[in-house]
Design a protein around this ligand. Sequence first.
Ligand SMILES: C[S@@+](CC[C@H](N)C(=O)[O-])C[C@H]1O[C@@H](n2cnc3c(N)ncnc32)[C@H](O)[C@@H]1O
Length: 424
Amino acid sequence: MLDSSVRAFRKHLTSVQTAVSRMSCCKEEKATAPAAASPASPQTTLEQGIIQTTPIGFISSCFAMKNGTPRQPTVCGPSRAELRIQQNIFNNPQHALLGLQQFSYVWIIFLFHKNGQLSCKAKVKPPRLNGQRVGVYSTRSPHRPNALGLTLAKLDKIESDTLYLSDIDMIAGTPVLDIKPYIPDYDCPDVRMSLESQQTDSDQNIGAPGDLDTEKNPVKSDEDEETDAPGNVTEINAEVLPTKNCCKKETSPLSTQVSAPKHLQNVLKEVEAFVTHIDTCQPSCESKIQVSDSAKSKPAGLSTERPCYGVEAARWIRQPPIASLDVRFTPRAESQLAEFLPAHPSGAPGSDRPGFQFLRSTDEAASAIRGILSADPRSVYRRTRCKDRLFFFTLDTADVTCWFGEDFAEVLQVRPVQSHMKSY
Ligand SMILES: C[S@@+](CC[C@H](N)C(=O)[O-])C[C@H]1O[C@@H](n2cnc3c(N)ncnc32)[C@H](O)[C@@H]1O
């Protein structure tokens, strides 16, 4: 009798323990769950930070699966993608892109839709840290509570409702939630600080900061609320908008293009000197990333000397415990790669050779493969415990097989993906 009661109690205890561990695994998720479940007006849910997202488009990219997809856009230069804006969001999707072609880089906010499940682990093990656990918010891990990704992609061109991108790290089919222009003045602390100091100097010179507003922000800011309703569109002075290549020298000086009051001409000249002086072409914070001796000895306070990231982070981002690998091709893999025809808008009629869909030359493909492999795309488990040294990934229409040695990766085979074996 006592035995059976103890057994029943133990059984009950086990089920309670299971329920408790499930609850504590996803504490944050549980905390928001009641609000999500309760019926509320769209406005209330927005105020609570709960929204139903709708993709504005889906990525078509040269990466078919997570394996071998670069971990950041800078890893593999010519990674290319297309993003077509969905018709169901706007009647005229191309209208939503008006003006965007003037920017060289765009932020892409997307969903890690192939994560399998939402993650609520507060600590993660980034592959670059070789098994070390760090807080999820200090990393760019895909495994985060809302599974949102952020990539700074190069905007090659826009045609109608489609963006042509390169420098991406998203797999094909990735749902995109938003696009924003990369604006160094807002997004790169280096440029921001220089502009601020320019501003302070100018203020001291003319003593009327309010006068400067239009010159300071020639690009429409996020705060400019506009719809495309007739009569509600503000004309932008094309001459004062940044050129696509933002460090390209103007043919005639800005100060002579813009008819500003005399007292502002000096300021325009200063801005002009600054624009020609700084290199804002690349979205880089190079000078702030360098860890100076003074930054090492100082706590990271909000001073002008504060680097973009601290010494510890700089170490694992710039000098990760994972060494970069030498990449080589076997002669067979090299000649297989050379068989691929570059991407062509209308294919290559009459040829039975395999063709790339995104990559524009064999060199581009070889350099993408080098970029992917030199950063060592393997998981920590694969790298440290797995005896199987073969590694497979798909790049554009090519299946790539390679193996890893101590400090190198060798490409053994580059074969067309089966579904792309059709002749062009
Ligand atoms: C480390 S994340 C970084 C992404 C982004 N640059 C960021 O910082 O948020 C990049 C990796 O996410 C994975 N990935 C890319 N697209 C994905 C998707 N749609 N679903 C799940 N994982 C994805 C790939 O393995 C890729 O190497």
